[in-house]
Design a protein around this ligand. Sequence first.
Ligand SMILES: [Zn+2]
Length: 129
Amino acid sequence: MPMDKIRSLKSRRAQAARRELFLALGGKCARCSKTENLEMDCIVSVGSEHHFMSWPERIRFYWQQHLQNNLQLLCPTCHHLKTFLENTRCKILANQTALARAATSFVEHCAAARELHGVRGGEKSSAAE
Ligand SMILES: [Zn+2]
């Protein structure tokens, strides 16, 4: 097989893996739900070494992060904001998403508990998406 064909096959495979990962991550910005120009972001920063990897290696790296629940999709605006906050050491603000997620699962937990104990009233909030 000619070299360029192998390369395009490889990159196609990497593209498919990337698409799959995007879908696994919900296909939208974790903060504002935008669906365009999404970027992958390690929730807890693990440095920038992976930015210098080849695409297939990066995808593998991102999948590993995803399996450790440390990956999210962000739109460029939210990504910049997070990076900015990280750089200014506002770690708590930078990881608002992690807090929001914890709060969301707490709300869901309460709703499930209510359901379990037969307490009615109060629609399940859709604001906590
Ligand atoms: Zn966003």
